[in-house]
Ligand binder design. Sequence first.
Ligand code: C2E
Ligand code: MG
Ligand code: MG
Length: 461
Amino acid sequence: MAQVEFAISKVERQEEDARLEALASTGILDTAPEASFDAITRLAAEYFKADTVLLGFADESRVWIKSHWGEPVRELPRRQSIFERVLAEGGSVVVPDINDDPEFREWRLPLRRIEARSFASAPVRSSDGKILGALIIFSCQPRRPMAVTELHMLESIADFAASQLELRRLRKNFNGHRVRHERRDEVVTGIWPRKSDLRQALEKKQFVMYYQPEVELATRRIVGLEALIRWAHPDRGLIPPMDFIPLAEESGLILPIGDWGMSEACQQIQQWRAEDPDQPAPRVCVNLSARQFARQGLADHVEALLRRSGVSSQQLGLEMTESSLIADPGMALEVLSSLRRLGVSLLMDDFGTGYSSLNQLHTLPFDVLKIDRSFVMRMTEGEQPLQIVRTIVELARVMGMDVVAEGIETQEQHGLLRQLGCRFGQGFLFSRPVAASVVSAMLHLPGRILPDPAAPRTVPN
Ligand code: C2E
Ligand code: MG
Ligand code: MG
């Protein structure tokens, strides 16, 4: 059987060496499976209804498959693979029907399960633009040619894989765990970050928003998104909020950072609406810290932001913890009421960890209670922690609030929460917080239903 081979000479030797060096610097080859890469192939499989999805990185002689869907392959000889064509073309490749493509008519994939009839692929690039690998979707049926928006989606998902890779590289360069610990030590001892670092980060636009889907537990349908800030530090990688939000609060920089966050979330809502004008955009919830909440004229500020961005108030939610409300309960009621009048949703975050005075809770106009992750984590440990969650769910029901369980990581927790009548939840079981472009792909899933992690990995024909 003839095999199509793409001559390596098409790629300059020097360029190839630089590419291999970039690949080596990520440390991705011969590594164990990782959930974040699996989520990427799973998402592409669901979105494109593909039979097989491969995410692989090409070294000199082979393609290391970092994650696969529908085909249990670990590596492929590079010469026989579509990866070679991706490299040679320098970009995305779409072949709607292999039989119509003279270069590929005789081509057979060295894969076990499928007789691919069509495929599309998008390159996964290093931060300086070198193609390290590709995300490829295969179908047993010929596909109609891809729409531009579909190709854009495939490229977005591949870009997300690239950002995961970049993170690995940053971590590796900074010596993995050691740097992580050093960073934590520095954070704990207050050496890093300093106020000036935060101010610079703001000026240099180094903050990014990730979004975590909130789902209806019975269906895994996305009903909302929580905006969670990260600091994309050029040397230290992606810094979690707990490492800089406390300093931002203390120094007052939380106000401009919070403003950035809210306006970023609003712009993103508009972008998702434009991508899918026929469906309502899901509600996006932004976290407010105590200092933001205590700010004079918060409601006016939010109203002005909504007006400026054109976002309707139903599409925005604000999350606050109990501790940011207790300082001045009278003021809290006043501010919450004026926010409520605007029409934004109000969510009580981390419920159960603060000083909830039930008395106070029922006078405050919250729409949603979010059960803190610590309760969800302990739910499976015995009757008492389970009883606490049951009580919170019941409490919310009596007060006419929705409940969202935070930090759902296992099927068991998911099942128990459903039994207790908790309707909504978020957690790594459904999705980690992800970049906005990945949310775009998720929002295009049929019914906006996230893949079932318990489903067999092979997509049935
Ligand atoms: P939060 O509002 O309670 O957000 C939930 C946190 O739990 C997020 O952490 C999320 O990544 C994490 N999480 C979600 N599901 C799971 C799970 O299944 N397992 C585990 N282990 N963790 C899960 P993250 O993003 O690190 O945020 C931490 C906190 O930082 C947030 O807690 C919030 O209080 C604060 N924060 C985040 N973004 C902002 C922001 O833009 N402004 C302000 N003021 N605070 C923010
Ligand atoms: Mg929150
Ligand atoms: Mg929370």
